[in-house]
Design a protein around this ligand. Structure first.
Ligand SMILES: *[C@@H]1O[C@H](CO)[C@@H](O)[C@H](O)[C@H]1NC(C)=O
Ligand SMILES: *[C@@H]1O[C@H](CO)[C@@H](O)[C@H](O)[C@H]1NC(C)=O
Ligand SMILES: *[C@@H]1O[C@H](CO)[C@@H](O)[C@H](O)[C@H]1NC(C)=O
Length: 200
């Protein structure tokens, strides 16, 4: 997961996370609270544990992002058969809260993503790039192998729809599907998100 904020924009995210691949030899993990010393998750950028939740970005500064990643590989591709494995199917549930801290201008958002194990937060990927892309990588979607579910509080033209939204994106920042989602109507509330995927 990744968040990003830019100048004048304040955003705070707290989260618990649950990921389950519901098949034989499945992988599942659950974090009812977070331990800063855990080796199961990598905390990067601003992401740090605060009262058992993860504070994704440091709202006292601008243009920041944070990222947490599961430290073990989750197999989705069977190289022997050259097919997606049954483990491709997954379900996740996570809880988060975003507050604008009363600021009239705020951003940018929270992203749940799946990518190759060597995917790093690109340089210059703050703000509307949501910590996932920069101008270079956004220009070559065919080279990206990233699926995201975004909770995007700020409209960035040209790629965003005309409203703050939650959307699904494949290899780029433009949503394949989206629904309007206005954080100012849910400011500081606890949000529950479920992301399920079926390969069949
Ligand atoms: C994490 O490890 C540090 C250093 O060993 C220790 O001081 C701290 O209490 C640990 N925190 C938790 C939540 O276990
Ligand atoms: C985008 O990120 C890649 C990987 O970190 C880097 O090589 C490239 O220089 C970055 N582009 C810009 C415009 O910062
Ligand atoms: C979001 O909701 C606020 C009210 O809290 C409203 O002022 C604003 O216009 C809404 N934004 C959109 C894009 O609908």
């Amino acid at each position: 997961m990744s968040t990003s904020s830019f100048s004048c924009l304040l955003l705070r995210t707290l989260m618990t996370f649950f990921f389950l691949v519901p098949f034989t030899s499945s992988i599942s993990f659950r974090f009812p609270s977070f331990d800063p010393n855990s080796t199961t998750l990598f905390y990067e950028g601003d992401a740090s544990v605060f009262n058992g939740a993860i504070q994704m970005n440091d709202y006292e500064y601008f243009a920041r992002n944070g990222r947490i990643t599961y430290s073990h590989r989750v197999p989705i591709w069977d190289s022997a058969t050259q097919r997606l494995t049954r483990l491709t199917d997954f379900t996740t549930h996570f809880v988060f809260s975003i507050t604008t801290l009363g600021n009239p201008i705020y951003g940018h958002g929270l992203v749940f993503y799946r990518a190759a194990p060597d995917f790093d937060t690109p340089q210059n990927s703050n703000g509307g790039f949501l910590g996932m892309f920069n101008t270079t990588t956004l220009g070559t979607p065919s080279r990206n192998q990233i699926v995201t579910v975004e909770f995007d509080t700020y409209v960035n033209t040209p790629w965003d729809p005309p409203v703050p939204h939650t959307g699904i994106c494949v290899n780029t920042l433009a949503s394949v599907k989206y629904l309007p989602w206005n954080i100012s109507l849910h400011n500081g509330f606890k949000a529950n998100a479920w992301v399920d995927y079926s390969s069949s």
